[in-house]
Design a protein around this ligand. Structure first.
Ligand SMILES: [Zn+2]
Length: 169
């Protein structure tokens, strides 16, 4: 028997990662946006996103409820990650006028249970709403918690500011 693939329950990302996915979702409206997520395994329960990579949606012109990640970008990214500790851990797309929940089409496409799916809902007023993460195994939808972490640069800024305040005070 092959050992089971670790199935992390938490996806850790920065506010900036989240903002970029949500901005892409608004920019693509009324079509769907899509992109890839690169990250590292932090603990058995948690993957940490290190890069959000926007990709061209090959099906954006065709229908408003479809996405297909550009295979050229996908392959280039895989090549770029070879020999590095980071992996392609999932992707994101938007649901214009929809819910941040996998559609029947998504579920039919979701046959790689180790991949994270991030879905951003965009309403008719072009506002990004709920943003949720899942894993799909072709049969069922598994919810994943999104955890917002403080970016290292942000943390450094905060520390610098607190030092500056201490000096002034
Ligand atoms: Zn979808």
């Amino acid at each position: 028997m092959t050992p089971p693939i670790p199935m992390p329950q938490i996806l850790s990302l920065t506010q900036n990662h989240l903002d970029r996915m949500r901005a892409a979702a608004v920019a693509a409206y009324p079509a769907e946006c899509c992109g890839l997520l690169v990250g590292v395994l932090e603990t058995k329960a948690q993957w940490r996103v290190t890069h959000v990579v926007p990709t061209y949606n090959l099906r954006a012109e065709e229908r408003n409820d479809r996405f297909a990640i550009d295979p050229v970008t996908h392959l280039a990214l895989r090549r770029c990650l070879r020999g590095r500790p980071e992996h392609m851990i999932g992707h994101y797309h938007s649901h214009p006028n929809g819910q941040a929940y996998p559609s029947a089409k998504d579920l039919a496409m979701g046959f790689e249970p180790e991949l994270f799916w991030v879905i951003v809902a965009v309403n008719g007023k072009r506002h990004a709403g709920a943003t949720e993460a899942y894993r799909l195994d072709g049969k069922a939808v598994h919810s994943v918690s999104i955890q917002i972490r403080i970016a290292t640069s942000e943390l450094q800024n905060r520390l610098l500011h607190s030092h500056a305040r201490q000096k002034v005070g």
